[in-house]
Design a binder for this molecule. Structure first.
Ligand code: SF4
Ligand code: SF4
Length: 299
């Protein structure tokens, strides 16, 4: 589309188990399209990882959602140890290993321990994202200040590992890191920032979309109400230009539109939408109370 080289994140379930998995990767290799896999550790061997590398796999992302007992309860017995072991298998093939944690009230206190475990296992990249509430569970179980405290604890841990010379890259992925770093002085609003410009933050509607095996296209895979069309019926370019416009109405954000960090943050609308059914609603973990430039109250 528009002569741009796309980047694919392929996920499942476990994508390796799909009957078209290897033919799809061969197609990507022929077209020289780079990709990341997000899957399980169970079918990774040296042989499989070398084959993935040959076909252009740049990163392989695994999940760890708690320390051993919690993670194995979420997944299956033995999964925690297998995941840690497979980090080395991925690294040996020259693919970047990534571990992602989905944080909720259930595992928030285990995140520092997860960081220690994955760093010691030699992971290349570590990040966490917040659990998106579903229709059954409307709450992530984390108060805004409790989540801020997690960022503070993790920031100190990340810096300690960096200072000690560990190679792990800590991806401060959640956009609420921008708020945290704004408060600590690590992020400053650039002096040459243009009014009305979007510089970063939530990627929904501005640099990615999700395609399901059914062909359904979503603005974001974590926003359950964001279906915009189907690749078997619609041109992707049309969906991108027209349908996705409904996710670029930045002045509709109830709280963020009044916040000076709007161009760099907007929290996670998937979490807001999961909690209250409103993409433009208030991010339930955002702790910011006023615009520090105008003094206007945000809530
Ligand atoms: S109000 Fe929105 S833009 Fe501002 S810090 Fe909170 S989530 Fe980020
Ligand atoms: S809605 Fe959340 S998960 Fe989706 S792109 Fe935005 S920040 Fe990322």
């Amino acid at each position: 589309m528009y002569d741009r080289l796309p980047y694919f994140y392929i996920t499942g379930g476990d994508p390796i188990l799909h009957p078209d998995f290897w033919p799809l990767l061969e197609l990507l290799a022929i077209k020289r399209i780079p990709f990341t896999l997000m899957g399980n550790p169970f079918h990774l061997t040296d042989e499989v990882c070398q084959r993935l590398k040959l076909l252009g796999c740049e990163k392989y992302q695994l999940s760890i959602d708690g320390l051993e007992q919690t993670h194995d309860w979420f997944r299956k017995p033995g999964s925690f140890q297998t995941t840690l072991e497979k980090i080395a298998t991925i690294n040996r093939a020259g693919i970047r290993s990534v571990v992602m944690t989905t944080v909720s009230g259930t595992n928030i206190h285990e995140v520092p321990g997860i960081i220690d475990a994955v760093v010691n296992a030699g992971v290349n990249v570590y990040a966490f994202a917040r659990y998106c509430p579903t229709s059954e569970a409307k709450d992530t179980g984390m108060a805004p200040r409790e989540y801020r405290h997690l960022l503070e604890v993790c920031d100190a841990r990340f810096k300690a590992y960096e200072a000690a010379g560990y190679d792990t890259y800590f991806n401060r992925k959640d956009h609420l890191w921008t708020l945290y770093q704004y408060e600590t002085g690590a992020f400053k609003i650039p002096e040459d920032a243009q009014p009305g410009m979007i510089y970063g933050g939530c990627n929904c509607g501005n640099c990615h979309m999700t395609i399901l095996p059914t062909g359904d296209v979503y603005a974001c895979r974590r926003v359950q109400i964001s279906r915009v069309g189907n690749v078997f019926e619609d041109r992707l370019a049309d969906l991108w230009v027209a349908e996705l416009e409904q996710y670029r109405q930045y002045d509709k954000f109830k709280k963020c539109s009044k916040c000076e960090l709007l161009p760099w943050c907007r929290g996670c609308p998937a979490v807001a939408s999961g909690a209250r059914g409103d993409f433009y609603g208030v991010d339930p973990q955002c702790w910011k109370e006023k615009n520090d430039i105008t003094g206007e109250a945000l809530i």
